[in-house]
Design a protein around this ligand. Sequence first.
Ligand SMILES: *Cc1c(COP(=O)(O)O)cnc(C)c1O
Length: 360
Amino acid sequence: MARVFNFSAGPAVLPEEVLAEAAAEMFDYKGTGMSVMEMSHRSKAYQQIIDEAEADLRDLMNIPDNYKVLFLQGGASQQFAMIPMNLMVNGVADYIVTGQWAKKAYQEAQKYGKANAVASSADKTFSYIPDCSDLPISEDADYVYICENNTIYGTKYHTLPNTKGKILVSDVSSCFLSEPVDVTKYGMIYGGVQKNIGPAGVVIAIIREDLIREDVLPCTPTMLQYKIHADNGSMYNTPPCYGIYICGKVFKWLKKMGGLEAMKAINEKKAKVLYDFLDSSKLFKGTVRKEDRSLMNVPFVTGNEELDAEFVKAATAAGFVNLKGHRTVGGMRASIYNAMPIEGVEKLVAFMKEFEASHT
Ligand SMILES: *Cc1c(COP(=O)(O)O)cnc(C)c1O
């Protein structure tokens, strides 16, 4: 078995235990004589899989009963439209633009109503989170939208914005289950699972029940109505069955690891190894304002594009893969999600030290 240290931003590394279990169950899931991939989503065995997945997620995140958990498809990007279609009843929403994903969500929302950018960090290539303590929130805003962890730029909100009483909607794709969250502070939390939970093809949306309504924007396709999915237990049509099954295994793995408090401690320790090195290095440096750093995505540069490329190439050859920064920003980015073991980060830092020694 030749496993690499995979620093991909997504689809990304999964726990080896989960992969091994899925492999063992591939041909015969618990005596059913078939793979979960081959199973009717209306079967008893599958109903148990999705019910357990939801129950374990509720447990992990301490989700109150007045929030629905929906397993959807279409990627996080589909939500950029689905959110305004379902939640923009007054036709107004405020967006905080902290990177490409927030910007895409903001631009998409403009198709459905008046979307206002109430803050942005575009002036410094999204290398920080703007002060959100006293924003010009619109009187009639239906919600305030954020991207909580900016996968491409490596920033994270460490304090949620003051929404002045408006509902907060948050894209947590790249920090999902990386630390505890207080669900009651949000109207809706959602994310694609391919960053920190499971295989691409599943989006999890956690929505307060009173926000799930029938009077959505006219012409909203049936498949894009939260109510349809909520009323049908995420089985209005065939759900992404196999993906949900893997997510369920990851939830169990997280519970075994000690839950989200424990994951937070591990993630902090892991990120510190890399950030401490970046702060002391003569060659490499982090690109994000210190107080806004993400625990999950760590962008860094040498300041020389050719040297960056040489580093990425050498790292790949040494078994540290997918370290190239996003195509729009260059440099490097190490995504160190839940399933990245601390040894992976320690060994990467050791490799960076060697590279530094031979290049300075
Ligand atoms: C990857 C990502 C997206 C887009 O996800 P898709 O599932 O590819 O649509 C949106 N938001 C964030 C924060 C992401 O990291």
